[in-house]
Structure formats: C-alpha cells, structure tokens
Design a protein around this ligand. Structure first.
Ligand code: UT7
Length: 322
C-alpha cells in the first residue's frame, strides 16, 4: 500500500522573466509552448541526494512510520551525486538507517520503473517497507545556449512509502499498486539524450532533444500505457479519481487527456510551478495534490511517464489504507 508521500523543491525559484535574462527566450514563448512559469535550481552546495533525503523525511513523516522500519530504498535518478556508487546508498546513510539501496535510471520514466521494481521485490523478497524516491538535478545537464531545452527543466525530489501488509484480509486486495506497465525502445535512443557519458567521452554532457518527435511519442505512448495498466487491473478510465501524469509540458498533459477523453478537472498539473523535474515530477505532483487535499485516502490514481530511451510506463494505484 502507498501510505506516505513527500517532496522537496530547492529554494532558488526562477521565473521565465528571470530566465530570459540569460537565455534567448521570453515568458510568452515558454508559457504558450509548455505551460511552465517557474523552475527551481539547486544551490552550489546542494546535491540530488540532499533533495532526495528532504523528500524522504517528509514521506516518512506522512506515512507515520519509524525510519528504521524501511528495509528497501530505490532512487530513480539520472543525475547521481557521483557516477558511482548509487545515490540511494548516500540517501540511506544520510537518513541513518540500514536498507538495501540502489538506483534506477529510466530518466523521466524512472519513478514508474522504480514503483514496478519495488512492487516485485516486495512480493518476491519479502521486503516490507520500501522508500521509492524520484530525484533529479536537471539544471546540471542544461546548456544555457540551447533555448530549446534549457527553458523546460528544473530540479526537485519526491518520495513515497510503500508498505506490505499481510494478505489474509480480502479487503486489502484493492489497495496499493494494482498494476504497472513499463516499456522501452532503444530505437529512439537519439531523440532525447546527453551528448556525453562515462564510456563515450568521459563527460557528463548536455541534454539534446528532438522536441517535436518526443512530443508525438509522448501523447501516444502515455495514453496507450495507461490503458494497458487499467486493463491489467480491470479498471476503466471513468473509475479513476485522478490522473497524475509526468509533468513535462502542459500541452502533452492536455493532449493525453483529450486522447483518453478524460475530464481535465481530474488531472493533476503542477508543471507551471517547477517545469520538468524528470524522475521527481510524478511524486512532486502527487505530494502537492495530497497536501492540498485534492487527492484523498482511497482515491484511485493513474500515473504515467515517458522519458529518454525512450522509456515509458504507467501505474494504477489506490492510495492510502483502509
Ligand atoms: O519527459 C519528456 C521530455 N520532453 C518533452 O516533454 C518535450 C516534448 N516536446 C515539447 O514539449 C515541444 O516540442 C517543445 C516545447 C520542446 C517545443 O515546442 P514546439 O511547438 O515543438 O516548438 P519548435 O521546436 O517547433 O520551435 C518553434 C519556434 C522555432 O522558431 P522558428 O524556426 O519557427 O523561427 C524555434 O527556434 O520556436 C523557437 N524556439 C524558441 N523561441 C523562444 C525554440 N525554443 C525557444 C525558446 N524561446 N525557448
């Protein structure tokens, strides 16, 4: 069951107007083409693991569990503190607990991939309390001379607590992660990538994206994967209380809603306030909606994300516990 959620955004908030002082862009262009108004940037002494730890403590508090109960930590990130070891091990150390800890790299789809892995590991290996984090410092991968990408991304972290309860009670069957689907297709590797890496040129690289093509794939693949996840859990779109999509672009969010014929009032959108935070975007939006009491205990949620790879997926979750 998903019993806690938390998030963190760095203090440094940058508006489109401020951004247009050092990027050749305008508030009008960014707002119209993406719906983004603000993004947050990590400070010089702040790292992905710091944001992940802040979000994690908020999720632990929200779940009302002891941090020592956590036995599995999965961090979805594309921007680790170091190339290795896994950022998750640093998160584990900074939280001050013992837990199996590792990273997942599926870029913007990372959180949905991490949920899928966490569910399987909890079923197969008897882990009971899993902390799943999405955290990214995307600003570190931005080329400020490339206005087609640098205006879209920001930094942040979000986290959830998944708890396993004894399955004797039939009324628990319809709670927690009901279904997950994940996909990837390396034929689209070049559509969204960095122009550097450890084994290619020993550089971190900057983001390069074929925006229009990614846009088209996003609408199709996000819609299809949610339909797949709903079908696996024997649910229909109309049964969803909320859709919590990847927060990349308001036009993609609206395009998916149109394609799925989903009421826009049932869609959580926070992209205006933080831009595309990659793996952090879904748990950030989820936490915002839970804190503002839009999403309530027992609501049925659809989650969906797509990113570099291409990698994409969706989950159907009944949030909270009976
Ligand atoms: O997790 C998945 C992550 N990726 C995404 O979500 C991205 C998906 N793609 C998109 O969101 C959109 O394709 C963008 C927002 C990136 C671009 O929107 P677009 O409507 O596809 O614009 P465009 O690339 O066709 O550019 C239109 C015009 C061009 O000028 P010309 O050639 O028409 O004169 C660009 O040079 O807008 C210009 N332009 C800009 N102007 C001001 C491109 N970027 C900017 C900018 N500011 N930042």
């Amino acid at each position: 069951m998903l019993t806690g959620v938390g998030s963190y955004l760095p203090k440094n908030k940058c508006s489109n107007e401020e951004l247009s002082k050092f990027v050749d862009t305008s508030d009008e262009w960014v707002s119209k083409r993406s719906g983004i108004k603000f993004r947050h940037f990590v400070s010089k002494d702040e790292s992905t693991s710091d944001m992940a730890v802040n979000a994690s403590f908020n999720a632990i508090k929200n779940a009302k569990i002891k941090k020592e109960d956590i036995d599995l930590i999965i961090v979805a990130t594309t921007t680790p503190d170091n190339t290795f070891p896994a950022t998750a091990t640093l998160v584990q150390k900074k939280i001050g607990i013992n837990a199996v800890s590792f990273d997942v790299q599926a870029v913007c789809a990372g959180f949905v991939f991490a949920l899928s892995i966490a569910k399987s590991m909890m079923i197969d290996n008897y882990y009971s309390n899993c902390l799943v984090v999405g955290a990214d410092s995307m600003s570190k991968l931005l080329n400020w001379d490339d206005r087609t990408t640098s205006v879209l991304f920001g930094d942040g972290a979000g986290a959830v607590i998944l708890q396993k309860f004894d399955n004797f009670d039939k009324k628990l069957d319809n709670w927690g992660i009901l279904s997950n689907v994940i996909h990837s297709d390396g034929n689209f590797y070049d559509l969204l990538k960095t122009n550097g890496g450890v084994s290619s040129n020993q550089m971190t690289g900057f983001i390069e994206m074929s925006g229009k093509e990614v846009f088209k794939h996003a609408i199709d693949k996000l819609s299809l994967s949610l339909e797949e996840a709903l079908s696996l859990s024997n649910k229909e779109i109309k049964e969803l209380d909320w859709l919590v999509p990847h927060q990349a672009n308001q036009r993609i969010i609206s395009g998916v809603a149109d394609k799925l014929k989903m009421n826009s009032k049932k869609i959580i959108s926070t992209v205006k306030d933080h831009g595309n935070t990659s793996a952090a975007s879904i748990p950030l939006a989820l936490d915002h909606a839970v804190s503002s009491k839009k999403i309530k205990n027992g609501n049925l949620l659809g989650l969906q994300a797509i990113g570099g790879g291409l990698s994409w997926g969706a989950s159907v979750i009944r949030i909270g516990k009976p």
